[in-house]
Write a protein that binds this ligand. Structure first.
Ligand code: NDP
Ligand code: MG
Length: 381
């Protein structure tokens, strides 16, 4: 169980809910980081008294240092600040809740420093799953899933001693706000409509990824790396109600599932208390009030991103990093109203097609592919 935690991305959706869990469990905080949300980071610093706070934006960090001048909290900035927060001596667990591949290098640094990782930042495993899981194995640190599907699988796998007993993992997907729409209908959807997720309140980037189904594709890769299983053993089923968070089918035909209200505080808490369970702030599930549970196959024709991610996983090497880089750029452009919804899969597909073949890529190869994916997406607009 975690005792003292640093949160990378504490002002985001996962970061804020993590602090609620930390407060409820009475755990202590070593460092908190954000990009430029000075006001909220100041508030969090005063409430949780960390040793260190970091704003990656240098101007915002200067402002924060003035604001926190009456406290002993140290303020740092830039990517170096983020690395310092990830490796702080006094901390045993780093919760990675920054968005995008910006989380990769700090996560690797935290692992090298021997910290257990409570992993929300799935882009890290999408881009560099082989590097990250190998580093964690070699350093003997744990990668504890925060993502609700992966936490569900982790919970179902407690007590499973041999991975060979698993026949397949079944990730559930809500289908997002546009479930059932055709390509023609999707062509005209707006940013506002895409940000209206039916079940979960999340940061803007992952909400758009949920609308395109890229999020589920990334989660397939995340599951491959976390549970050391091949692509063919990971299925996706649409489950609109988000009550079953994912399932494991074993060789004998038994299927275990984890159910709960759609509340991220439960998977966040389990990543911090594992292998123990504690009372916590997450909403309770009332079976008598929950909706009928439904299941259907994903629609690969109108939502091609799931298959694009599977194709990137099949290609391996730097293909997933190129895809992720293009997707981050495309989503940012969509959020700025500069491209349409269907341009997101179009740009991603082009970046995947252009990705170089690299066997056993190094961190430099991965960062280069990420940059190439971003540049290609920008050039195509
Ligand atoms: P948010 O956008 O809500 O928060 C992102 C956080 O990262 C903020 O603290 C932000 O700071 C900081 N940040 C943004 N850009 C940078 C950067 N370039 N460098 C350093 N810090 C940065 O995201 P979410 O909380 O929704 O998601 C975080 C991660 O967790 C993502 O990888 C997502 O896929 C994953 N996840 C999220 C879930 C959810 O329910 N939200 C569920 C499962 C996984 P600032 O506020 O200053 O901009
Ligand atoms: Mg998820």
């Amino acid at each position: 169980m975690a005792r003292r935690i640093s949160i990378l991305g504490s002002t985001g959706s996962i970061g804020r809910q993590s602090l609620e869990v930390i407060a409820a469990l009475g755990l202590s905080v070593g460092a908190l980081t954000a990009h430029r949300n000075t006001a909220l980071l100041e508030e969090q610093a005063r409430a949780f008294s960390p040793e260190l706070v970091v704003l990656t934006d240098p101007g915002a960090a200067k402002d924060l240092a003035v604001r926190l001048g009456d406290t002993p909290v140290r303020v740092a900035s830039g990517p170096e600040g983020l690395l310092e927060a990830a490796t702080l001596e006094s901390v045993d667990t780093v919760l990675t809740a920054v968005v995008g591949s910006a989380g990769l290098e700090p996560t690797l640094a935290a692992i090298a420093a021997g910290k257990d990782i409570a992993l929300a930042n799935k882009e890290t495993l999408v881009c560099a799953g082989a590097l990250v899981t190998r580093a964690a194995r070699e350093r003997g640190v744990k990668l504890l899933p925060v993502d609700s599907e992966h936490s569900a699988i982790f919970q179902c796998l407690q007590g499973c001693a041999h991975r060979g007993e698993v026949r397949r993992l079944i990730l559930t997907a809500s289908g997002g706000p546009f479930y059932g729409k055709t390509r023609a209908e999707l062509a005209g959807v707006t940013r506002k409509e895409a940000l209206r997720h039916p079940n979960w309140s999340m940061g803007a980037k992952i909400t758009i990824d949920s609308a395109t189904m890229m999020n589920k594709g990334f989660e397939v890769m995340e599951a491959m790396w976390l549970y050391d299983l091949p692509l063919e053993q990971i299925d996706v089923v649409i489950h609109r109600e988000s009550v079953i968070h994912s399932l494991v089918e074993f060789q004998d035909g038994a299927v275990l599932a984890q159910l709960g209200s759609p509340d991220m505080r439960l998977p966040i808490q389990y990543a911090l208390t594992w292998p123990e369970r504690k009372p916590g702030p997450a909403a309770r599930l009332d079976l008598l009030r929950c909706p009928d549970l439904t299941f259907s196959p994903p629609d690969g024709v109108n939502f091609p991103c799931l298959e694009l991610a599977r194709e990137a996983a099949r290609q391996g090497g730097v293909a997933p990093a190129a895809l992720n880089g293009a997707n981050e750029t495309a989503v940012a452009l969509f959020l700025e109203d500069k491209i349409g919804f269907l341009d997101i899969p179009r740009l991603c597909q082009a970046a995947l097609a252009a990705a170089p073949k690299v066997e056993a890529p190094t961190l430099e190869d991965i960062l280069a592919a990420d940059a190439q994916g971003r540049a290609l997406a920008r050039k195509m607009v």
